[in-house]
Design a protein around this ligand. Structure first.
Ligand code: SF4
Length: 386
């Protein structure tokens, strides 16, 4: 459990990297990593592997070699996001059907780049995003509340480190709603590139690492969770759960093909329990503005749910991922790999994640409960335009 550190500090790109190293060396700290869905199909590029090489279990081993006490999966909290956001969607749809009045369309809220855009550009529409925190935010809250309690340690002695495809996640981690008093739910965020650099600094030969599994219990994720990494994935994951919840029968075909692909704005109507749900998927902030103008001008298409991701292709194209160097085929390869992982998973629906079921049974009771609202939901507020 040793971390190689440049003695001058010159190789440390960010303060967060140096702080993570310090935490890893501190015997009084329990260091818990979470890795976002999109990182596992991209970090290999930093070690010379083909784009889209799936290196999930090597990444876990590398983080353990760095000295992590626990390596967990943001896929776990992506499933939790679906439980909370899906319940909110069902609530708003039911309200609309019964009372003809509800805040629709519900907008996804897991992308902080998009949320910053909403808070600066459309502050009069902040009633529309789901109040569910992002998977990163939910993970931090579950780790520092539920898991720290389980380990019988103070939350101040736990350090949560996120490995994210995203630079906006760094800003998200310092939001007021992601902390208890002075103690943040997520202490440090490293991008995929920064994590790779840290692994190189520690002289770990990534490509020759053996595979390791994520730890329990926050390491269990489904196929629905991993597709959060691509445009359309959050909505597809939500529809898998909402369908089975409302229809009370098995969804046979899990792929919502019209919501997949790189088209800037995709729309589809899905019939669930007799309700025609009008859905849209948007990626890139230019397309987000187009859809927000449509909604602001009266939501003429009667949209019920809209997924927005700020980056092209979704998180696989995030600002913290290995550089594309102008080669867009890299995004296609990463996307293909994400869908391959989904397809290979034993469980592909968030509500069937057994660790999530346990978490509700032992702690949150049910989605959108009072305790769930305390830990797993947030609020949005107007920010000055930049
Ligand atoms: Fe971050 Fe981009 Fe993913 Fe949004 S789409 S969460 S900004 S990587």
């Amino acid at each position: 459990q040793c971390v190689a550190v440049c003695p001058t500090g010159a190789l440390m790109e960010t303060d967060d990297t140096a702080k993570v190293i310090r935490a890893l060396k501190d015997p009084n700290k329990t260091v818990v990593f979470q890795t976002a869905p999109a990182t596992r199909v991209a970090i290999g590029e930093e070690f010379g592997l083909e784009p889209g090489t799936i290196v999930t279990n090597k990444m876990v081993t590398a983080l353990k070699r760095l000295g992590a006490d626990y390596v967990f999966d943001t896929n776990f909290s992506a499933d939790l996001t679906i439980m909370e956001e899906g319940t909110e969607l069902i609530g708003r749809l039911t309200d609309y059907i019964e009372n003809k009045k509800a805040d629709l369309p519900i907008l996804t809220s897991c992308c902080p780049g998009w949320i910053n855009f909403m808070e600066t550009q459309y502050p009069d529409q902040l009633h529309l995003p789901s109040t569910a925190k992002s998977p990163q935010g939910m993970f931090g809250a579950v780790a520092k509340n539920y898991f720290a309690e389980k380990l019988d340690i103070d939350r101040e002695n736990m350090v949560v480190v996120s490995i994210m495809p995203c630079t906006a996640k760094k800003l998200e981690a310092v939001r007021d709603s992601l902390r208890v008093k002075d103690n943040p739910d997520v202490d440090y965020v490293l991008t995929t590139r920064e994590a790779a650099r840290l692994i190189k600094m520690a002289n770990i030969d990534f490509n020759s690492l053996e595979d390791s599994n994520y730890d329990d219990p926050l390491g269990e994720g489904t196929g629905a969770a991993v597709i959060f990494g691509v445009t359309g994935g959050v909505l597809e994951a939500a529809l898998r759960t909402v369908y089975e919840t409302l229809e009370k029968k098995e969804l046979k075909k899990l792929e919502f093909v019209p919501l997949r692909g790189f088209q800037g704005v995709k729309k589809a109507t899905v019939t669930i329990a007799g309700i025609e749900v009008n859905a849209a998927v948007v990626h890139g902030l230019g397309n987000a503005r187009t859809i927000m103008e449509e909604i602001k001008n009266g939501n003429k298409e009667n949209l019920h749910v809209v997924e927005v991701m700020a980056c092209p292709g979704g998180c696989i194209g995030g600002g913290g991922q290995p550089y594309l160097h102008g080669d867009d085929t890299i995004l296609e390869k990463r996307t293909k790999a994400i869908y391959e992982i989904d397809h290979s998973e034993r469980i592909r629906k968030s509500h069937e994640n057994e660790a999530i079921q346990e978490l509700y049974k032992n702690y949150y009771q049910e989605p959108n409960s009072e305790l769930a609202h305390r830990d797993l939901h947030t609020h949005f507020k107007k920010q000055e335009k930049y």
